[in-house]
Design a binder for this molecule. Structure first.
Ligand code: ADP
Ligand code: MG
Length: 802
């Protein structure tokens, strides 16, 4: 309205002044007025159109505002929805997801723990049951039950392991579901982000639209200006008209432009509507998608829930079944316990009874011990008395045996003399000198007949062995003497006779056919072994030689050494030979070694052993020490096996030098032997043991209770009858000598041998006056053992009680 007034006024005043001043200008004015009115109409029309446009713009504006508000509202609404949905999701997650599963898992863990505890308890019970002594339970019903329980326990353990596996599977499943949920949430978030971006884009476009509208509004003043220009003063018509026409043109262009803009805006509006519709559709789509996702999620959650519930139910059912089984087992155990209780009660009663008995046991034991002690004492007394009786009997037996032995000895004589006639040998030669001069009594084996210088002479000895007699036959005769040595008697066995009569053959024998020496030791070994259960025996051996009254050790390292016979320094009156080697022997092999050693010693020392041996006395001294384990009785017996020097008399005229000296020594010693035996026989107070080394050495073995056996070796041939006669006479004399009654050399039963010696007038002792070398040929004698081996002596100088 203001614009119109101002324009009208300006235009009216200007134009009126210019028109009224020009002549003939009425038609022009008229046209101008018409044009003006036309223009005014147009102007009014334009104004109307402008108003209409303004109105439409305002409408559009309000529409756009409404649309934008609506869109904003929608966006707000969607935001709200999104927030609520996110809340819903979180709520759902908190409600369903982790919590329940965790709860379920916790429940399962608790159940599992409980089952584990139960299992541990069961195992402990089982171990307790195992720890209990197994023997009493063997075969009882509880052992079966416990075995069943153990089986069930192992089953339960297996099931628990399966449940654990199931639980871990469920946990895995829950984890997978949770991952899927997270995935769906992620997708939802992406959708929301896209939606927010779209909203952002829409709001941006809305803002652009607002700005366009604002710019359009700002372009309105030029129209007003045009209108103002239209209302120019009528005075300046043409110019004004042209101007106004130009303006009009411009306005029209402007209008056209505006129209164009409007059109564009309308198009934009339309497109914005379309966009909005699109967005709406998209939102709807998103919403439906969201709905679908939600539904899917709910479905999944439901299925998860169902799975979970199902798994829980299954686990629960299984656990229940297991529990039921365990409970049943427990009930069984309880019932067992209940059934055991009476047994326990009876056991307790038994135990109490036993306890009472145990309390009374020491007394009972004492009484029992007392009675047992008394019984044992009685038994011991009985045994003792029995033992005493036995000992007494044993001693009596010993004495009886001794008595018998002494009687036998008395009957046979302490000195027994036997003769052994050797067979005629090649060495005896041929002719009348080699004819047989010895005959025997077929009815009496103690008689020997000798044809000496055509006269028959007979001798009676204890026994006569013909040339047919074997080594064993001879040994049979001496066997009893040798065994008495084990009983503690001293024994001497002499081989007497002229050289070549067979002394060495009888004593030593040959390798194939050993003599008394080896057989005696063999017998001693077997006897000792028989008695080994009661007696412990030690057998030692020494070998010595007396040549020219010099005593030598045949087993020593230095056979040349002269040995002396001394009194024991302990005052026992016994004799011993310091330095005489003794070997402890246990077998025939040992004996052979000893013999061989002694023989080798002799061979080494003397170039002509045969000659030497015929002129020396060879002694094998066997000592038997015995201890009776039960009585403590100790015995010592000595067996002296003597191969005497040749007894042949050496003719006074034929002997000279060393040979004479030898003969004198042999003569002296053999005479001394005869003297000693005669003195003993006649029971003289003085027995000249010291007159020779031989008798001095054999003092103990010749006197008292000792036994002597003399084997008189006889050559059967004619040429030796003189020496044979001499030997047989010597033998007969010796045989008539009586020694004292025999006594055993035992510590428990010992007598002094001297007590039994009584004085008897001395009888004439034969004195061999001369000796002749008459018997060669003994050099072919082979002796047992041929290998020289060094033996370790058992003691170099042990006391030798001779
Ligand atoms: P001595 O030792 O008395 O001098 P020997 O024992 O050496 O005598 O014997 C002389 C010889 O007679 C030896 O060859 C020996 O073998 C032999 N001889 C001795 N006695 C017998 C006998 N009983 N049987 C067979 N031969 C014997
Ligand atoms: Mg000889």
């Amino acid at each position: 309205m203001n614009v119109e007034k101002t324009g009208g006024r300006l235009f009216g005043s200007g134009r009126c002044s210019s028109l009224s001043g020009l002549p003939g200008a009425a038609p022009v004015v008229h046209r101008m007025v018409e044009a003006m009115s036309q223009l005014q109409e147009e102007k009014a029309q334009l104004q109307e159109e402008l108003v209409a446009l303004r109105e439409r713009l305002a409408v559009c504006d309000s529409d756009q505002q409404a649309t934008s508000t609506q869109l904003q509202n929608q966006v707000e609404h969607l935001k709200q929805k999104l927030i609520s949905q996110a809340q819903e999701v979180s709520r759902l997650r908190s409600e369903l997801g982790g919590t329940d599963l965790e709860k379920h898992r916790d429940l399962l863990i608790v159940e599992n723990e409980r089952l584990r505890q139960e299992m541990r308890r069961c195992e402990a019970e089982l171990q307790d049951m195992r720890a209990k002594p197994a023997v009493p339970c063997t075969g009882c019903e509880h052992s079966q039950e416990s075995a069943q329980l153990r089986d069930k326990l192992s089953q339960l353990q297996l099931e628990v392991a399966e449940n654990k596996g199931l639980l871990s599977e469920l946990n895995l499943e829950v984890q997978q579901k949770t991952d899927r949920l997270a995935e769906v949430e992620l997708r939802l978030k992406d959708c929301l982000a896209e939606k927010a971006q779209e909203e952002e884009r829409l709001s941006r476009r809305l803002r652009d639209s607002h700005e366009t509208i604002a710019s359009l509004r700002a372009q309105s003043p030029p129209v007003k200006y045009v209108m103002k220009t239209v209302e120019v003063e009528s005075s300046k018509t043409k110019q004004a008209l042209s101007e106004s026409q130009a303006r009009n043109q411009h306005l029209q262009e402007q209008v056209a432009m505006q129209r164009q803009v409007l059109k564009e805006m309308e198009q934009q509006l339309q497109s914005s509507h379309q966009l909005t519709a699109q967005l709406r559709a998209q939102i709807t789509m998103y919403e439906s998608e969201l709905e679908r996702a939600h539904g899917q999620m709910l479905e999944e959650m439901q299925s998860l829930e169902e799975d979970k519930n199902r798994a829980i139910e299954e686990a629960f059912a299984r656990a229940q079944v297991e529990m039921k089984a365990v409970h049943e087992n427990l009930a069984g155990v309880r019932t067992n316990l209940l059934t055991l209780q009476p047994a326990l009660r009876t056991l307790t009663n038994d135990y109490n009874g036993l306890k009472r008995q145990v309390r009374g046991f020491p007394l009972l034991l004492q009484e029992a011990l007392k009675s047992v002690k008394a019984e044992i004492g009685q038994a011991i007394d009985e045994v003792n008395s029995n033992n005493q009786e036995l000992l007494r009997k044993y001693r009596r037996e010993l004495q009886l045996r001794k008595k018998c032995h002494n009687e036998l000895v008395r009957l046979k004589g302490n000195i027994r003399v036997i003769a052994r006639v050797r067979p005629v040998t090649k060495e005896d030669g041929e002719g009348p000198e080699a004819t047989n001069a010895v005959t025997f009594d077929p009815d009496d084996d103690s008689i020997i007949h000798l044809l000496h210088k055509g006269k028959p002479v007979s001798f009676e000895l204890d026994k006569v062995f013909s040339p047919k007699a074997s080594q064993q036959d001879v040994f049979q005769e001496v066997q009893a003497l040798i065994t008495s040595c084990i009983d503690g008697f001293n024994v001497c066995i002499f081989a007497y006779g002229q050289t070549g009569a067979g002394k060495t053959y009888t004593m030593e024998g040959t390798l194939e056919n050993p003599g008394i020496n080896q057989r005696a030791l063999q017998l001693l070994f077997s006897e000792v072994q028989e008695k080994a259960s009661d007696w412990e025996y030690t057998i030692t051996v020494s070998a010595a030689e007396i040549y020219n009254e010099v005593l030598r050790d045949l087993l020593g390292q230095e056979p040349q050494e002269k040995l002396e016979i001394r009194l024991c320094p302990d005052g026992s009156g016994q004799l011993y030979v310091p330095g005489l080697t003794e070997f402890q022997v246990q077998s025939v092999e040992d004996i052979n070694k000893v013999f061989e050693f002694g023989h080798t010693n002799r061979t080494t020392e003397f170039t002509n052993l045969n000659e030497h041996s015929s002129r020396s006395h060879a002694l094998l001294i066997v000592t038997v020490h015995g201890v009776d384990g039960s009585t403590g009785l100790r015995t010592t017996g000595k067996l002296n096996l003597v191969d005497l020097a040749g007894s042949e008399r050496v003719g006074k005229s034929g002997a000279e030098g060393s040979r004479l000296r030898e003969a004198q020594h042999i003569n002296k010693s053999l005479s001394a032997l005869g003297d000693v035996i005669a003195a003993l026989r006649s029971r003289q107070g003085h027995v000249p043991f010291r007159n020779s080394k031989l008798t001095y050495l054999l003092q103990d073995s010749l006197s008292g209770d000792s036994k002597t056996l003399m084997v008189v070796q006889v050559s059967p041939v004619e040429k030796n009858t003189s020496e044979t006669l001499y030997s047989l006479k010597f033998a007969e004399r010796v045989r008539s000598v009586e020694l004292g009654p025999g006594s055993r050399r035992a510590e428990l039963v010992s007598w002094s041998s001297q007590e039994h010696l009584e004085w008897e007038p001395a009888c004439q002792t034969p004195q061999p006056s001369a000796r002749a070398h008459s018997a060669p040929g003994s050099g072919t004698t082979s002796r047992p053992g041929s290998i020289r081996r060094k033996l370790q002596p058992s003691g170099k100088s042990r006391p030798l009680p001779v």
